[in-house]
Design a protein around this ligand. Sequence first.
Ligand code: ADP
Ligand code: ZN
Length: 763
Amino acid sequence: MPRRKTVDHTAPLWVEAGNPTEAVLVSVAPVAPIDKLYTYTVDDELAHLVLPGRRVMVPFGRKGRLAPAIVVSVTRGPWNSTLKPVAEILEEAGSLSDHLIDLGKWISDYYYCPLGRSLAAMVPEAVRKKRGFQTVRHARLVADSETIEGSRLGPKQKQLIAKLLEGDGAFEVGMLLEQSGASRSTLRGLIDKGWVEETQSKVAVSYEPVQATKVTPSYSMNDAQQAALDRIEAGIADDAFKSFLLFGVSGSGKTEVYIRAMQRVVESGKQAIMLVPEIALTAQLMKRVAQRFDRVAVIHSGLTGVERSLAWEDIRLGHTPVVVGTRSAIFAPCPDIGLIVVDEEQEPSYKNLQSPRFHVRDVAIMRAQKLGVPVLLGSATPSLETWNNCLHRKAYERLNLPTRVMDKSMPAVKLVDMTHRTAPSKTVTISEPLQTALAETLERKQQSVVLINRRGFASWLFCPTCKTRIECRRCNAGMILHRSRKILLCHHCHEQTPIPDRCPQMSCGGRLLTGGGGAERVEDELKQMFPTAQIMRADSDTMNHATKYTELVTKMEKGEVDILLGTQMIAKGLDFPGVALVGVIGADLAGAAGDFRASERLFQLVTQVAGRAGRAETEGRVLVQTLSPSLPALRSSLTHDYCSFVESELAFRKEQYLPPFTRMARIVISGKRESELIADGTAIVERIRSVVEELDGGDSGVRVLGPHPCVLERLRGSYRFELLLVARTATELNKVLGSVRASGGFKSKSRSLMIDVDPVALS
Ligand code: ADP
Ligand code: ZN
């Protein structure tokens, strides 16, 4: 439990401050959907505990109901009688530097999230609670020798004072009592007399930063790597903001460039943050990074509260030169950042799926810009946004690593046309060519990776008698059969039900068909095909703990796995030299229906997973099973041709008035009554249109689409409708949204409304 400081409401603070007109003024942002800041006062004595970023309780409204709020700033200023005091200081940790407060304000403005909520999201709960810290008490003698000599003391008191007189500083209380033989109550008595002062502090129980034996690679950088590094180093030396895009195929040595750039920063006494999109990637990367730096911290969702809290404090104190982590690591409180690296910058998992709905890459760019330091984005398949920025913006520079290191060739990619396989009940998910290739690879004692983009055993259950699909009762989505867990699971709301034997319709009771194989089913098939092979499945069902990733990496590296099967979490970044074959099952657009980025995602996925093959001596090959063999995105991925893909895709986006040529905001309204939502959505659209009209007489690039039902029409029992707002620039978009919101145009009691600026998925 954090120690709570309750503030005495009656304390006349203006008198204590010595100046009746001055007080400590605390500006706070409520942790509620309220956009205003409020000012309170605080007792001088407690002012040092009230720091920006910390949570306090303050009275709101006429009734003075207490609610939590985050401190935004603390100043001294004129006091007046309407100011109320802060009621309670909830935490003694989790403060934010001015720079991070400033970043939080940007997040709040740009992503339409109340400031209090944005600031709250920047500090992990465990850090606020100071998990892993113990309270240590120290005692110090404050009475002067005259007072002591002039008093009659008991023998225990004498012993205690004698001990305290031995040193001139403070004694840790436990040790003091032990060495003097006095009791706690004797000490208490002296404290009450005002002779001894007791102070408390929190110290870390034990913190072990990630450390490894130092390894210096035997190779030297190739020309392309060196040229890229030279540019980045020049950027670091410039001490100014700049965005670099390191564009290089998988295995071209990007990570090595990140590491060397970070080394340069660390040599100059600053810190670097390196962001990765998935927790699965931190395990392998950590090892590699730890071998190159004295001390590294890792921040991801798999940490315990204690681990997170201790690492955060170590970072804040500037003890950790390098921080590697997923989303939340972007807010790591490094005191003096010199570089931020964002690996796989195109990854949609960088987008926060709750308010504040920020994109980590964009926050990284903004943080670097505010600090005046470079940001290094890396990818084999950059997002169209970043690519386009490199074409048109001065602050962006593209650095190319066109080939794999050591002249290793890119793996050959072949499509396997699955269109002729139709009968669902007999579907075997693994095609003959893939089966043959797997057998050959096993024979050669090499490793294979099989990617399937779905979890579970079957993605649909169908009753042919009454022609219905088994759906979640709260979402319009099919239930997914998870055989190992013996449940049907809704992947949207996590509702679980037992697996029915027969059609659950009372009057029907027909036999159910299952189909649409997921990872579990493929695992089954593989086990039947290759009974002696070591098969490992990696999806969010099996990878339910951070240690599982380390286990996976170790097993793969030791060659204890023949076939690694998994969902997209295994598609990216992992570097296993022994992988000779990659199979992709179900490469088509079905998973991303209705999303304008579907082609981009498909191209990225196939290219990335293909990059897992043939990273060392072994020649790699890739087989991609698809129902849509003529898709241009797939065609380009056959030849690893990002440039031709991006060229045609950019032309399409431009013609369609879509990002990156425009900026988009998605507004989703949801509620129980469909007809109300439609009426409400239509009213919002009209309000937006009239704002647009007012702002620039209708001559603007702002377009409003909708309301129309979301792809996921019903979720957790609520209907969902979306509106899309498209503008030429972020500034235009911001103006319109801001103006509608300021006039209360989004308010309603009967439904909820979500604004997603720069959405990465339209589901
Ligand atoms: P990427 O991040 O682009 O996939 P990596 O940096 O992981 O590429 O490099 C792929 C592999 O090649 C790694 O095992 C790395 O240690 C090695 N490597 C990197 N640069 C070189 C180089 N210049 N010469 C030889 N090997 C290299
Ligand atoms: Zn559901």
